[in-house]
Design a protein around this ligand. Structure first.
Ligand code: AQP
Length: 340
């Protein structure tokens, strides 16, 4: 059992692999903002090295990274309060990623459901990086000795793997360098589902744009996507139990609750007995009112790419200042020679 007390520190990241979705916003960024004001140091990354586990057009990657930075800031992350940077500017991620790959067991990696979901039947054609992704994610977190990791439900298994990797490294080298980071998964929208299929998670890389709400969608597009979202013919129930076996209805109610910061019970007490013809326009209004100021601010920020790059550079320097001494301890524990 670890005796070391680690300073509380939050780390999380998002891949600049496409447009930020409502799922990323509700499952991650909105909660990043809450944690920023909790008095704990917060570090939020644009994980561009994870994004390239699937081929990205270089120009698109640059644009998506700046857009993601703009989205972080437009949603309320303050670069003075939180450390904001893109992963590839801090080499400790890649260095520690390799070291932790040598600690991680293949049997552990083979149990990762996200690789199976993403690779499907084409595993042989996927990159080695996509398979090794969770070891790099462990390095992202452990390079800062982070203790809290706000994520959506789909990332829980990877944070749990990070705990196993941290414990094995500490045990193998007889040190207490790494904490056991806690996944923080809270709220009614920890797993926002596709608008076209209530059994699939809403995802940036889903080939169907209609499956998701992008943070850059305009009011008409948001309203149209919600209007066309798959549902069933029944009215909304008044009790949570009535959402059982109705994944699409449950998803829309969860989104409403998360956006309005109320509970599912409250949403059902307001809309129970109503048809989707009433509920969908109310949800569309709520979503547009919530997201429009964010997309306007994102557009303003992305019009100044040099300013975004400057903010990311400052964030990378601050991140480096934390990660470099931790990586030094790791290398020394392993027996790697370094200059002072
Ligand atoms: N649908 C979702 N509901 C709730 N949370 C979600 N997250 C992602 N999708 C949902 C959370 O967003 C954070 C960043 O995710 P990511 O970009 O690192 O990778 P991902 O989980 O693979 O997200 P996507 O959108 O599905 O990306 P692609 O399509 O590129 O793989 C994480 O905290 C995640 O839990």
């Amino acid at each position: 059992m670890s005796e070391t007390t680690f300073k509380q520190r939050v780390f999380s990241g998002i891949q600049p692999s496409g447009n930020l979705t409502l799922g990323n916003y509700l499952g991650a960024v909105k909660r990043f903002v809450k944690m920023q004001d909790s008095g704990i140091e917060t570090i939020y990354c644009m994980v561009d090295m994870h994004a390239i586990t699937v081929w990205q057009n270089p120009e698109a990657l640059r644009k998506q990274t700046r857009e993601l930075a703009a989205a972080y800031i437009a949603c309320g992350l303050d670069p003075q309060k939180s450390i904001l940077f893109n992963q590839s500017q801090v080499s400790a991620h890649a260095e520690l990623g390799w070291i932790l790959s040598c600690v991680t067991r293949l049997g552990w990696m083979n149990r990762m459901t996200q690789f199976k979901d993403k690779a499907g039947k084409n595993a042989e054609k996927m990159s080695l990086g996509l398979y090794a992704y969770p070891a790099l994610m462990a390095a992202d977190i452990l390079a800062y000795q982070a203790t809290h990791v706000p994520v959506g439900e789909d990332q829980k298994q990877h944070v749990e793997l990070t705990r196993d990797i941290a414990a094995k490294f500490n045990y193998d080298y007889g040190v207490e360098i790494f904490p056991a980071p806690e996944p923080i998964i809270e709220g009614t929208a920890t797993r926002v589902m596709s608008l076209r299929d209530g059994s699939k998670k809403m995802s940036k890389s889903d080939p169907s744009d209609k499956s998701r709400i992008n943070m850059t969608d305009n009011a008409d597009t948001i309203a149209s996507k919600i209007r066309k979202a798959k549902t069933d013919p029944d009215a909304l129930p008044s009790e949570i139990g009535g959402l059982k076996d109705r994944p699409e209805a449950r998803n829309l109610v969860n989104i409403y609750a998360a956006l309005s910061e109320t509970s599912v019970e409250d949403v059902l007490s307001e809309f129970g007995g109503q048809q989707f013809g009433v509920f969908k326009p109310a949800l569309a209004d709520l979503a547009v009112n919530h997201l429009a100021p964010i997309s306007t601010e994102m557009a303003r920020l992305t019009a100044e790419p040099d300013e975004i790059d400057r903010i990311l550079g400052i964030g990378a320097d601050r991140a480096n200042a934390i990660a470099t001494p931790i990586l030094k301890q790791v290398k020394s524990a392993i027996g790697m020679i370094a200059r002072d």
